[in-house]
Every structure is written in structure tokens, then in C-alpha cells.
Write a protein that binds this ligand. Structure first.
Ligand code: AP5
Length: 191
């Protein structure tokens, strides 16, 4: 259950190109979740020309992780300003530091963690063939993003697995097949 007035919170994790964003859109429309993407929040900061914008762009271009002070605050505000009863947080927490800062600042833990598990070669293939290529969708940056994912993000997945909160979804198939697996999971969790 959730504490007080806060919405039901699901963290959605997975490597770059595992299909987090794609599946989150479908979950949002079929299951009534609001979709908060950490990457989109950061790209909005860049687009709106805030003080931090140029600096964030540099970090994203290099495939590194944006400091926790910035991301945690953006995510917290997005949750606070949403009126939805259920929220998907896509691409967050990215590292143990993110996770700990979020839990400290909000005083809450997620109700559910989804982990989209996909082999590296498949993720690389998807990112390189993305239609409107992003500044970080070149092979050099993709390799860095994969390294960062493995060294910093996987420990977060392991932490939540050890607490029985993370649910692994095989993210190798077609979009429809993956969404079917999500549906089954949600139905078994009565969501
Ligand atoms: P972010 O925007 O989160 O990107 P990412 O994690 O690298 O993942 P992507 O958005 O590229 O992929 P996805 O898994 O969402 O897959 P998608 O559905 O798009 O982060 C970008 C950067 O921002 C980070 O590197 C970091 O610098 C910074 N950042 C973000 N969050 C942060 C945080 N919390 N703290 C600090 N820094 C942070 O699909 C990918 C492609 O594959 C699409 O073209 C799609 O159409 C296609 N596709 C999807 N599913 C399938 C399928 N089943 N079969 C074939 N193709 C598919």
C-alpha cells in the first residue's frame, strides 16, 4: 500500500534501449499511470535554456550521469505536481546515490520496480536505428551508457530484487510481446 496521500510509485529500470520509454507509454495509456521520464525531464531543462541546461547537455552527450541534486529534485517536483494516483518513474534511480537521496528527501520507497532485461547487442541495435537519433545515440556514447548502466544502475536493481520489489521482464521480443509480459505481471499483482 502507499503512505498517506502520495501516489502509487513504480520505478522503471533497464539499460539504454531496453524499451523503458516505449513500454511506459503503453502502460500509461492502458493502466492509467502518469509517465515521468527522468531523461525527458533533463532534456526539457536543456530545451528551456535554464542555468543548468548547457551543463546537462554536456553530461548527456558524454553518457555520464547527471548529479543527484538535480535529478532527484526534478523527479520529486514531477511527482508532486501530478494528480495521478499511479506514477511510472522511467529511468530513475540511476545509481545508489539517486536511490538514497530520493528515499531521504521524499521519505518514501517505490511500491514496485520493473526491470526490463535485454541483451546488450539488441539494445545497441535499437539505439543505432532510432528514427530521430538523439545526441547520445552514437556508438561511442552508447558504449559509455552501457558501462554506466552496468556499474551504477544494476546495483540498484539488485538492491530492489533483494527486497522483493523488483520484477524482471524479458525485453528481447517485439513491443507487443513485451507488453503482454507486463500485462501478465500487472494482472498477477492485481494492478
Ligand atoms: P534516458 O533518456 O533515460 O535514456 P536511456 O536510459 O539511455 O534509455 P533510452 O531512452 O535511450 O531507451 P529506452 O530504454 O527508454 O528505450 P526506448 O523505448 O526509447 O537517459 C539519457 C541520459 O540522461 C543518460 O545517459 C544520463 O546522462 C541522463 N539521465 C537520465 N536519467 C538520469 C538520472 N536519473 N540521473 C542522472 N542522469 C540521468 O527504445 C529505444 C529504441 O528502440 C526506440 O527507437 C524504440 O522505438 C525501439 N524499440 C523499443 N522497443 C523495441 C522492441 N521491442 N523491438 C525493437 N525496437 C524497439
Amino acid at each position: 500500500g502507499t503512505d498517506g496521500d502520495r501516489p502509487f510509485i513504480a520505478f522503471v529500470l533497464g539499460g539504454p534501449g531496453s524499451g523503458k520509454g516505449t513500454q511506459c507509454s503503453r502502460i500509461a495509456s492502458d493502466f492509467g499511470f502518469a509517465h515521468v521520464s527522468a531523461g525527458d525531464l533533463l532534456r526539457n531543462e536543456i530545451a528551456s535554456g535554464t542555468d543548468h541546461g548547457e551543463w546537462i547537455l554536456e553530461i548527456i552527450r558524454e553518457g555520464r550521469i547527471v548529479p543527484s541534486e538535480i535529478t532527484v529534485e526534478l523527479v520529486r517536483k514531477a511527482i508532486e505536481s501530478s494528480s495521478a494516483k499511479r506514477v511510472l518513474i522511467d529511468g530513475f534511480p540511476r545509481c545508489e546515490e539517486n536511490r538514497i537521496a530520493f528515499e531521504k528527501i521524499t521519505g518514501t520507497e517505490p511500491d514496485l520496480v520493473l526491470f526490463f532485461d535485454c541483451p546488450e547487442d539488441e539494445m545497441v541495435k535499437r539505439l543505432l536505428s532510432r528514427n530521430q537519433g538523439r545526441v547520445d545515440d552514437n556508438i561511442e556514447t552508447i558504449k559509455k551508457r552501457l558501462k554506466v548502466f552496468e556499474s551504477l544502475n544494476l546495483p540498484v536493481v539488485e538492491y530492489y530484487s533483494s527486497r522483493g520489489k523488483a520484477h524482471k521482464i524479458n525485453a528481447t521480443g517485439t513491443e507487443d510481446e513485451i507488453f503482454e509480459a507486463v500485462r501478465k505481471l500487472f494482472s498477477s499483482l492485481r494492478l
